[in-house]
Design a protein around this ligand. Structure first.
Ligand SMILES: [Zn+2]
Length: 483
């Protein structure tokens, strides 16, 4: 293991016991919350009134990029400070190598109480998420059950129980994740479009244009209802912090693991692509008594852990491999382009700067370049018009990949029996059976037409050919050779 990790433990000693009162830290990650959702109103009704109120007292990172477009690798990046390719937990059968330190371990070793409340198989303890947490409360709500009352109820109780000690609490709010089925009255708040006959996005998300535009609008309206519903529970956590008298000593961070697509580029849901709808996410950190404001330069959500350690007075510089998040709107910090990637069905890598985005699809070595300042919707590929910029971004990506590999982080697999257990549970709750039923209108694509129902992996996703190893480097080499 590199020196980066070897200093774990030793580097923490000065932080322990030398500060009279250390701030507690609450990390609230909200599944599938797009960057453009907080602050939005529809017909005079705000989608996220509690988050909006919170944001006025927080540092808002308006160009935060996720390491990956789905839960497991995105949150593992937050918990390790490493890019998805580096920690390697990017498939249902991978686990975090035991040699990689986690955020919770750093807090625990500094004397913090540590607890996590998670809702889904994608955050199961065995992937490495539980390491360092004194309490790892893992539930599995699936895609059709409401989870916020249960999860937040546990958080409120834990805050009360630990109010006299420094703590690090992480909760992953789940309800905005598909399927989009908010309870009444939230299901009527943002109603739009036309209800599709089939609503299982787990099936619909694997094919292009699986529903009509009108049907996608309906999905988006119901998603907004789920977001508004979740926002209410988010507000309850803040109220509890206030009521327990903890507001002046508690740092609160809010973020999303990834975004969500509603046919902007022809796709629904998330996981298999790296469009801005999927990797550009909200990120806000509120530090009692500290400056609020906006930071517009690119940052990675994988840098959140380091920042949270720093605000707690724990050495963050030796955690993970990302530059520190800027600590104030006018503060200086190293800017680095952010790598995002997915190898789940789609094989994509993106490099994001504050203004530009370079995208490469590595099964076919196709590439795109977008100027997000001029073209936030990624409609116009400027790679032919700006060959020098293209070259610069290719080189920057190659350099990032070299640096990531030089870290030499070990890889690990999830034990086979754990993978099999997960697959068996999916069969028992009808994922495989459900995949065989069809019906609906001509636009509706069923799981049965997408994949062999027998080939459903441990997340209920249809299995696909793995992405070729080292394909990005080979693609970059091959495009470099083009005249
Ligand atoms: Zn997620």
């Amino acid at each position: 293991m590199r020196a980066l990790f070897a200093v774990l433990g030793l580097a923490l000693l000065p932080a322990v016991g030398c500060t009279p009162s250390r701030p507690s830290v609450v990390l609230i990650s909200i599944d599938s919350l797009r960057a453009d959702v907080p602050g939005t109103q529809i017909a005079g009704r705000p989608l996220t009134p509690a988050i909006d109120e919170f944001s006025r007292g927080a540092l808002v990172y308006s160009r935060a990029i996720s390491a990956a477009p789905w839960t497991t690798p995105a949150m593992m990046s937050v918990m390790t400070g490493l890019a998805a390719e580096v920690h390697g937990v990017e498939e249902h059968d991978r686990a975090l190598a035991s040699s990689v330190p986690t955020l919770a371990e750093r807090f625990r070793d500094a004397g913090y109480r540590t607890a996590a409340f998670t809702p889904a198989v994608t955050l199961r303890a065995e992937y490495g998420f539980a390491r360092g947490f004194e309490v790892y409360d893992q539930d599995n709500f699936g895609h059709n059950r409401l989870s916020s009352p249960t999860l937040v109820g546990k958080v409120l109780a834990r805050l009360e129980e630990w109010k006299d000690e420094p703590f690090f609490i992480w909760v992953h709010l789940w309800d905005p994740h598909y399927n989009y089925i908010p309870p009444a009255p939230w299901n009527g708040y943002f109603r739009a479009g036309r209800q599709p006959p089939r609503q299982d996005v787990q099936c619909l998300k694997w094919v292009e244009n699986p529903v009509s535009r009108e049907q996608a609008l309906w999905f988006m309206g119901q998603y907004r209802g789920e977001v508004a519903y979740t926002d209410r529970y988010f507000g309850q956590i803040l109220e509890q912090i206030e009521q327990l008298g903890l507001a002046e000593q508690t740092v609160v961070a809010v973020m999303a693991d990834h975004g969500e697509a509603f046919l902007e580029h022809g796709w629904l849901g998330h996981t298999n692509r790296l469009d801005e709808t999927l990797i550009h996410v909200p990120l806000m950190i509120r530090r009692p008594g500290k400056e609020a404001g906006h930071i517009d330069r690119v940052v990675s959500t994988a840098g959140v852990g380091r920042r949270l350690l720093e605000v707690a007075g724990i050495d963050g510089a030796t955690f993970g491999d990302l530059p520190a998040l800027p600590a104030s709107p006018d503060g200086t910090a190293e800017e680095r382009a952010i790598v995002s990637r997915t190898i789940r069905r789609g094989c994509w890598t993106a490099l994001s700067t504050t203004r530009y985005k370079y995208l490469i699809e590595h099964r076919r070595c196709r590439e795109w370049l977008f100027d997000l300042q001029q073209d936030p919707g990624e409609a116009t590929d400027i790679s032919a018009a700006q060959p020098e910029r293209l070259l610069e971004m290719r080189h920057a990506l190659a350099e990032e990949l070299r640096r990531e590999r030089a870290l030499g982080v070990a890889r690990a697999m999830l034990p086979r029996e754990i993978v099999e257990q997960a697959e068996a549970r999916l069969r028992s709750i009808g994922y495989v059976g459900g995949a065989q039923t069809g019906g609906g209108d001509a636009k509706t694509v069923t799981c049965a037409r997408i994949a062999d129902p027998g080939k459903v992996d441990a997340f209920g996703d249809t299995a696909a050919e793995p992405c070729p190893e080292d394909a990005v480097s080979r693609c970059l080499e091959s495009v470099e050779k083009q005249p």
